[in-house]
Design a protein around this ligand. Structure first.
Ligand SMILES: [Zn+2]
Length: 285
């Protein structure tokens, strides 16, 4: 029930202005508490002729994480062009051991990203940062700091439009390629962007293929911390611990508003993971 109310609030926020929506919500907002699943199975069936409005069994259906599918094989039917990354949504890293991939969305933020980087360094942890293009452009030092720390970069679109899958192919290409270019420019020569995470998990066969054709693996998550709701540090940690599994990809946020709860949760989560023998990995390509 609360999820439905929250969704309505998030949509209202989006309707007001994108910036306001970003301040109020976060990546996981409009699609509910869990990752968006690709048809409920590990392999995604791709239509030979995906269209911009295609719902095709992907996106927009919130589901509760249980045993995340592993998307590790390639698609059979690319829509044309050469895919330089897998177009299959990645929910977990596929690792069988105690490892975790931390991901932070909606940044970089000149306030919160450096604090998160410092904490990660303290525990020799690493993460993948899914950046909004204009945020990267406005904070190039943060992009460079992420690179210098040995962390990884992910494309989180230009406008953070959580309904991008309903728009034209040209629009979606602009959102994906535009942000990739902004992040690369901000990071300087040699900057690599390896993944694409659709805002709000709004993946479709088309935008996954656009990403893959540009060398970006579509990146979902298996653990939604729901930190963007600012539910309190205890609730963030409880969300994480409840959904943790092998090779988990954890969704958190370093941008989009006050991330003090995220930071406080990390201060407990990181030493706990280290103590329990977890290693920190990057998503697979
Ligand atoms: Zn986001």
């Amino acid at each position: 029930m609360s999820r439905r109310i929250t969704t309505r609030m998030a949509l209202t926020g989006t309707a007001v202005t994108t910036l306001l929506a970003l301040a109020l919500t976060g990546c996981g907002s409009t699609k509910g508490a869990g990752p968006v699943r690709a048809g409920g199975s590990g392999t995604v069936t791709i239509s030979a002729t995906p269209s911009a409005g295609q719902s095709g069994g992907v996106a927009s259906t919130p589901s509760t994480p249980s045993s995340p599918p592993k998307s590790t094989s390639g698609d059979n039917v690319p829509p044309g062009g050469t895919l330089t990354a897998s177009p299959l949504l990645e929910y977990t890293t596929g690792a069988k051991d105690r490892s975790v991939a931390l991901t932070f969305d909606d940044g970089p933020s000149p306030v919160w990203t450096p604090r998160i980087l410092a904490l990660l360094a303290q525990y020799h942890a690493h993460a993948t940062f899914c950046e909004i293009g204009p945020n990267a452009k406005a904070n190039p030092a943060m992009v460079k700091a992420i690179r210098a720390a040995g962390d990884r970069l992910c494309d989180h679109s230009v406008s953070h439009n959580e309904s991008m899958s309903k728009r034209s192919a040209a629009y979606q290409t602009g959102e994906i390629v535009g942000a990739k270019s902004m992040i690369e420019a901000a990071g300087g020569a040699g900057t690599e962007v390896g993944w694409f995470r659709a805002p709000g998990g709004d993946f479709s066969p088309l935008n996954r293929h656009i990403a893959a054709a540009n060398g970006l693996r579509p990146l979902a998550w298996s653990v939604d911390s729901q930190d963007w709701k600012r539910p309190g540090v205890g609730a963030i940690l409880a969300n994480i611990h409840r959904e943790m599994g092998q090779g988990a990809i954890i969704l958190m946020h370093d941008g989009g508003g006050d991330r003090s709860q995220t930071l406080a949760a990390l201060k407990q989560l990181l030493p706990d993971l280290v103590h329990r023998g977890y290693s920190f990995e990057f998503p697979a390509k």
